[in-house]
Write a protein that binds this ligand. Structure first.
Ligand SMILES: [Fe+2]
Length: 232
């Protein structure tokens, strides 16, 4: 399974995931770039779908559906572990509520498309209000192999690393992460995120200390995640 990233608007990132000549467009805001790439590489866009229904993620749906005749897969209708068949390979849907109730991620062998659930360097806002669901969704993602690539819904890397540095100033991995950042291809791995993303570092002694100093609940991992989301 292959993936191509397309930047659009200020910082949105959309994707074409494809196996040989069959693809699915995910958050297809960059309609012209995506159809151009598909044409050039003889890929049929068979499906159009989204990581969630926020307006900036669905802005290209109608135009792309009209241009390609692809089938629309409404992310609200997905069930966990549902497969999207692309030729001989399948992409797996993961239901990941938290950012919104309808948020989903997509898993291939060596990458995840994470929408506004998990960014490179931070996590999404919890607009659903269900922080507990958000915690379980993030645990679902971080359970993937550590070299699994993370393709997110926005490029928030620069500002995320500033926040990470403010929370975790002695973390030497933040500098390395920043040096690897390339706006032409925004990607990290589960391993990178566990080293740098403060909202996933609820078991890091420096983070626990910081929460304790501010009198936040720290007894369990879940409490520490909830405290991190509340504190920062
Ligand atoms: Fe969103």
């Amino acid at each position: 399974m292959k993936i191509r990233q397309f930047r659009y608007s200020a910082d949105n990132l959309g994707y074409l995931v494809f196996s040989k000549d069959t693809g699915v467009a995910i958050d297809a805001g960059a309609v012209a770039d995506m159809t151009g790439f598909a044409q050039e590489h003889h890929i049929t866009i068979a499906y159009v779908t989204n990581t969630h229904l926020h307006h900036d993620h669905i802005s290209g749906n109608a135009q792309l559906l009209e241009k390609t005749g692809a089938a629309f897969l409404d992310c609200r209708d997905f069930s966990d572990k549902q497969k999207i068949q692309l030729g001989r390979e399948a992409l797996t849907v993961l239901t990941t509520p938290g950012h919104t109730h309808d948020s989903v991620c997509f898993a291939a062998d060596d990458f995840l498309v994470t929408g506004d659930t998990l960014f490179n360097g931070t996590v999404g806002n919890c607009f659903s209000g269900d922080l507990e669901a958000f915690y379980h969704s993030l645990k679902k993602l971080t359970a993937f192999a550590e070299d699994t690539k993370i393709f997110a819904g926005h490029d928030y890397v620069t500002e995320s690393l500033e926040i990470a540095e403010a929370i975790d100033p002695d973390n030497p991995d933040i500098r390395q992460y920043r040096e690897k950042y390339d706006p032409a291809l925004v990607v990290s791995t589960i391993k990178n995120e566990l080293l740098v993303n403060p909202f996933l570092r609820f078991n890091a002694p420096a983070i626990i200390k910081k929460l304790e100093q501010r009198n936040f609940s720290c007894h369990t991992e879940k409490q520490r995640f909830l405290s991190l989301m509340e504190a920062f």
